[in-house]
Design a binder for this molecule. Structure first.
Ligand code: R5P
Length: 309
């Protein structure tokens, strides 16, 4: 088996390779002068079970193109099986037509990855589980919940309450609540325009609780900061957040740094920027072991789902 890394998150790929005790395969992913992507696999992969580690995070289109071209290079080099390991699956929020004459870009991306030659996909906390059905190849969707739950248990004592920042995230929040044996509340959020969020009201009594907001993505930070304010206004003692994918675009990091959030915990599914690393209330925990273990089990044809029992 071999692990190949694109440029989106080299530190995560290295941590996965360290966990599996398997050096990254020699592979050059570079740009021509006009920024076209060029890939050269610099060792024999004929007959190998190959795992490409590449998040399709910002710059999304460049990283997606790298993934497609690495897949093509491996297919043309006679790899036996190619698994696209995509810790953060970009375009996942475009999973349905929001209006007439609009695309379903998540499906298009699934088609591109499949047609490039991927045999399997391994991803983490997909925005919507149904996106697995956009692929006609096996797709494993891992959950960060066990890792987040362990961190919550180590760090947050007292009267904990898990909160979903919107109605769509209830299943995800309930999964964490169950693991830490905490009650659940819901923020009823209405988004009037894309990129803006508005808190409406809170379902559940949060007064006196240490609230833990749980979500799959923090992008502009608007959802999170508004939810934290609404929870504190409703009597929450303090508010932390555990969110898998730190997209954190635009001024999100300073929005969070200047907010009333005690702490935002994200994973390294997306490579943290310098601003994230120095932010006083953002902490990054690694999912390298979880992904490494899932890769190892895929390679040995053993159960991946039992990781979450
Ligand atoms: C939405 O359905 C997602 O689960 C997140 O709540 C959303 O993407 C967060 O976006 P933002 O941080 O820009 O409010």
């Amino acid at each position: 088996m071999k692990i190949v890394a694109g440029n989106s998150n080299r530190p995560l790929a290295e941590a996965i390779s360290a966990y599996l005790n398997l050096p990254l395969a020699k592979c050059q992913v570079r740009r021509f002068a006009d920024m076209e992507v060029f890939v050269e696999i610099q060792e024999n992969v004929r007959g190998e079970d190959v795992f490409i580690v590449q998040s399709t995070s910002f710059p999304t289109n460049d990283h997606l193109m790298e993934l497609l071209i690495i897949t093509d290079a491996l297919r043309r080099s006679s790899a036996r099986r190619i698994t696209a390991v995509i810790p953060y699956f970009g375009y996942a929020r475009q999973d349905r037509k929001p209006g007439p004459r609009t695309p379903i870009s998540a499906k298009l991306v699934a088609n591109l990855i499949t047609n490039a030659g991927a045999d399997r996909v391994l991803t983490l906390d997909l925005h919507a589980g149904q996106i697995q059905g956009f692929f006609d190849i096996p797709t494993d969707n891992l959950f960060s919940a066990p890792i987040l739950a362990r961190d919550v248990k180590e760090r947050l004592a007292g009267d904990r309450m898990v909160v979903s920042p919107d109605v769509g995230g209830v299943v995800r929040a309930r999964a964490l609540a169950k693991r830490i044996d905490a009650p659940l509340a819901i923020v009823d959020k209405r988004r009037e325009r894309a990129g803006e969020s508005e808190v409406m009201n809170i379902i559940g009594d949060v007064s006196g609780h240490s609230c833990i907001l749980v979500d799959d993505i923090v992008d502009s930070g608007g959802t999170l900061v508004n939810a934290a304010e609404a929870l504190l206004a409703s009597g929450a003692k303090e508010v932390s957040a555990y969110i898998t994918h730190g997209v954190l675009s635009g001024g999100a990091v300073s929005r969070i740094a200047n907010s009333k959030l005690k702490e935002l915990v994200i994973t390294d599914s997306i490579m943290p920027t310098e601003a994230v690393k120095v932010a006083h209330n953002i902490r990054v925990i690694s999912i390298a072991q979880l992904i490494g273990e899932a890769i190892g089990r895929t390679a040995t044809e053993s159960s991946v789902s039992s990781l979450f029992d």
